[in-house]
Design a protein around this ligand. Structure first.
Ligand code: WTA
Length: 663
């Protein structure tokens, strides 16, 4: 199939029949088998999940009830009566299952020579030690621990140490600003913050602890900060240090009372496991809460069926652990299965655009999971970079985070998978805990650009705004009808928001916030967010968050932020800003405002375009008409639909003219 033969997603007709699995352990080997499992999971939902939970996990005491669910309240409980520990499932049990000397984690640092591998036993010991450090500094069951760290092994160790003692981790992506960190730490009242002196990125050393210090000026709950020495600052001795509060990781781990053994805390299935903040359409980010038994069952189940992870695989997910993809598919899913998981500190383009392919070759990666934005960026670099490396170890490819355009899909299929490797396009969310809609690699015929079919156990549907079922090919709201073990159990500290965001609009269903259609073959085509959330390079950004950062600037009177199509990032941020009466619209101020947002939220929130606007298009009742702003941002100069409710229609002309002057 030629790369030039690109057709739009709406008319995409190509179908790729599945390759037979060469691996004896593959669970689902045909479309018929998938259908059988799917039907069974719908007819005997609880039986299906009980079987998976028992097959995949080691329970200290068995669960007595599979599911208690009320999707209206909402109140969802899986596997109650059961007790377990996630660290036990990801580490201890493997030592007894003959995986003591098996590589659990391969860490590739940004400098080529920085590689550390941990066997299951070594990882277990490090986790036990850090669990003891946490205990020593007063962390106990139910306490929150914030992790603000680069992609270094200590992050994985800290996560597993938390869950070992029943502490709840809340990871904040290291690219977020001090203020973003602060609001998350304050919201979850973390007792300890674990961070590093710096982040190594594209050959540069970017301070990290200084951000943490700034954040902690207003985080009264934090008693201690544990700092990993990533950039050699400990020896240089030039880091700001608070003697009472700050502790070096390496020193803490070497203390004589820190033993390499720590009992696992038995946890109830519904005890909280972690909190992860994600952007919503309104207000501040919400702390999505996941719990122990259901989440781990789901992470392990999906890792096993969607990636077909087997004993001999070398599995690599390129996400950052600061996002849900890294939680479920670098750490918890693969380690629960006893797999070898790769963790990479750097970026795809440094020192050259073949970094990923270099790593695939170097470690013989067999399963590779990345984001469409990465594929699009690497496509641009040309084939010389992929051709330099032996990619023949690969047997399953995956994507996540945003719709993949058929052009990028075909490039991935031809040049990375060499026309013999299935691609699983996986649709899911922070809230779903794990993959919901995706191909099973050796069973599902593939259509480029479609996430294909819901996994067994997942009752995904498209509904109209009134909640009735949409017809095939009719776009609508993507909802889930039956509960599933990986679903979120709350928004930390805000039960009202939990209910109103996900369970109110369509009673008895989980509302994803995404739009999609299902074609005549039952394949799902995700169309993107229906709410005011922008997906920039697969990262969710709330427009409201960016707007409130902008209006916090002393020169800004009003701001409206929308998404605009971007060839590599999928979407990028377009901000319209109205200045206060006596402020002047200068290039300098434009640059200042972009830097301001970067500082307030983080580099990923920086507006790609910032247009000064005398006025924003508003209805007579004062509501901003974002539909119009989105059209202008995407380059439309006419056909704005019904504008009769606008208070002042001439605003549109001015905005369109303002756009043409953009550089
Ligand atoms: C989008 C990331 C199309 C979607 C796991 C969703 C996708 C949001 C896909 C969740 C996909 C994720 N195809 N869109 N395969 N995967 N999305 O919470 O809009 O960071 O709602 O979770 O990303 O982003 P989140």
């Amino acid at each position: 199939m030629s790369q030039h033969n690109i057709i739009s997603m709406q008319d995409e007709q190509r179908l790729f029949t599945p390759f037979p699995s060469k691996t004896a352990g593959t669970h689902i080997r045909s479309l018929e088998e998938y259908k059988r499992q799917y039907t069974r999971s719908m007819e005997d939902n609880e039986g299906f999940w009980a079987e998976r939970a028992n097959e995949l996990l080691d329970w200290f005491s068995p669960f007595t009830t599979v599911l208690e669910a009320d999707m209206d309240t909402p109140d969802i409980r899986w596997f109650t009566g059961g007790t377990l520990n996630v660290a036990h499932n990801c580490l201890d049990r493997h030592l007894e299952l003959g995986r003591k000397d098996k590589t659990a984690l391969i860490w590739q640092g940004e400098p080529e020579g920085d590689v550390i591998t941990y066997t299951y036993e070594q990882l277990y010991e490090e986790v036990c030690k850090f669990a003891n450090v946490l205990k020593k500094y007063g962390v106990g069951k139910g306490d929150r621990v914030a992790l603000y760290m680069p992609m270094i092994p200590e992050l994985t160790i800290a996560m597993l140490a938390c869950v070992r003692i029943g502490a709840v981790h809340s990871i904040v992506f290291a690219g977020f600003s001090a203020l973003s960190l602060q609001s998350r730490v304050v919201d979850c009242e973390a007792k300890i913050l674990v961070t590093a002196d710096a982040v190594l990125r594209s050959g540069r050393v970017i301070p990290l602890k200084s951000n943490a210090d700034d954040a902690l000026t207003a985080c009264p709950s934090v008693e201690h900060v544990v700092v990993v020495d990533r950039a050699g600052t400990a020896e240089q001795g030039n880091l700001e240090w608070k003697e009472e509060r700050d502790i070096w990781w390496h020193q803490a781990m070497q203390q004589s009372d820190i033993k390499a053994f720590c009992e696992c805390e038995p946890m109830e299935s519904e005890d909280p496991l972690f909190i992860l903040y994600t952007s919503g359409s309104t207000g501040k980010p919400k702390g999505v809460v996941h719990t122990t038994g259901g989440y781990l069952t789901y992470a392990a189940h999906t890792s096993q069926w969607v990636f077909d992870i087997q004993e001999s695989d070398v599995y690599w997910c390129t996400a950052d652990i600061g996002w849900i993809t890294g939680h479920s598919y670098i750490v918890y899913g693969p380690l629960a299965l006893g797999a070898t998981t790769v963790m990479f500190e750097g970026v795809p383009s440094f020192p050259s655009p073949d970094r990923f392919w270099n790593i695939v070759e170097k470690f013989g990666v067999t399963i590779f999971y990345t984001a469409p934005t990465v594929i699009r960026a690497l496509m641009r670099e040309g084939l010389e970079w992929t051709q330099r490396h032996d990619l023949s170890s690969l047997r399953v490819l995956g994507t996540v985070g945003e719709p993949i355009n058929p052009e990028a899909w075909i490039w991935y299929y031809e040049n990375i998978g060499k026309n013999k490797t299935p691609i699983v396009d996986t649709w899911w969310q922070t809230e779903t805990g794990g993959i919901m809609i995706a191909a099973l690699p050796f069973a599902t015929p593939l259509k480029p650009g479609s996430a294909t079919l819901p996994l067994p156990g997942i009752d995904a549907r498209i509904v109209r705004p009134d909640g009735s079922d949409a017809e095939p090919n009719e776009g609508g709201h993507l909802i889930i009808r039956k509960p599933w073990p990986g679903m979120l159990r709350g928004v930390f500290g805000d039960p009202e928001r939990y209910k109103s965001t996900y369970f109110e609009r369509f009673p008895g269903m989980y509302e994803s916030g995404d739009g999609a259609r299902v074609d005549n073959d039952g394949y799902f085509w995700i169309m993107g967010r229906l709410d005011d959330v922008i997906n920039v390079s697969g990262h969710r950004m709330g427009t409201a968050e960016i707007e409130s950062a902008l209006v916090a600037h002393p020169t800004v009177a009003e701001a409206a932020v929308v998404g605009m199509p971007h060839p590599i990032k999928g979407e990028s941020i377009y901000a319209y800003v109205t200045l206060k009466a006596d402020e002047e619209e200068t290039e300098e101020l434009r640059a200042q405002l972009r830097t301001w947002v970067r500082k307030e939220i983080g580099p990923i929130a920086t507006p790609e375009v910032l247009q000064f606007a005398e006025e924003l298009p508003k209805t007579r009742s004062g509501k901003i008409m974002r539909r119009i702003l989105r059209k202008i941002a995407s380059g439309s100069t006419g056909d704005f639909g019904d504008t009769s409710t606008l208070a002042d229609p001439s605003v549109i002309t001015e905005l369109v003219e303002g756009r043409t002057e953009l550089t």
